[in-house]
Design a protein around this ligand. Structure first.
Ligand SMILES: [Zn+2]
Ligand SMILES: [Zn+2]
Length: 166
């Protein structure tokens, strides 16, 4: 929450912030997000305009999650830009409004972070995933098999042995 009272509702008045916040809970998606309590570096400029306060800024955070194919941990540094207008009053359904001159940045931050996150995070674009037989991570062991690949020279023999007894 930022108190916009300092801007005095005079268009053109602005105030800049450079600070580190603790990440709120559930910042991100199920598969990838910013852990609660981890630092978010925030550069924020609040500027009074005719109808409200314009919030412009950049947030940087570290997001963690897991590869959707092989479930190994993945992480990435995130930097998101945002700009949002908070109206003094009469905000419509999709608009933001100041409450008692307080500006709640959390919904804006949340939207910006969710947009910036990959919805299908991968440890590698080519990640081969997990072995369907034993669940081993194939990127760690690309050669492994379960004997299902049979040398063609042996297949005739296999057919022979698999033939039901008469
Ligand atoms: Zn992977
Ligand atoms: Zn396997």
């Amino acid at each position: 929450m930022f108190d916009t009272l300092v801007l005095g509702r005079r268009p053109g008045t602005e105030k800049s912030y450079d600070l580190v916040l603790d990440a709120p809970a559930d910042l991100g998606l199920d598969v990838f997000g910013v852990p609660e309590g981890s630092p978010i570096e925030l550069e924020l400029r609040l500027e009074a305009v005719m109808d409200g306060v314009l919030a412009t800024g950049t947030a940087s955070a570290h997001a963690v999650g897991e590869c959707v194919r092989c479930l190994i941990g993945v992480e990435s540094d995130l930097e998101v830009d945002f700009q949002e207008l908070y109206l003094y009053d009469d905000a419509g359904e999709d608009e933001l409004e100041l409450e008692d001159d307080l500006l709640d940045l959390e919904p804006v931050l949340r939207d910006a972070v969710v947009l910036a996150l990959p919805h299908n995070p991968l440890c590698d674009p080519e990640c081969p995933g997990l072995c369907p037989e034993c669940g081993v991570r194939l990127a760690d062991d690309p050669e492994h098999t379960h004997g299902e690949a049979i040398d063609p020279r042996w297949s005739a023999l296999t057919q022979l042995t698999e033939r039901p007894e008469e």
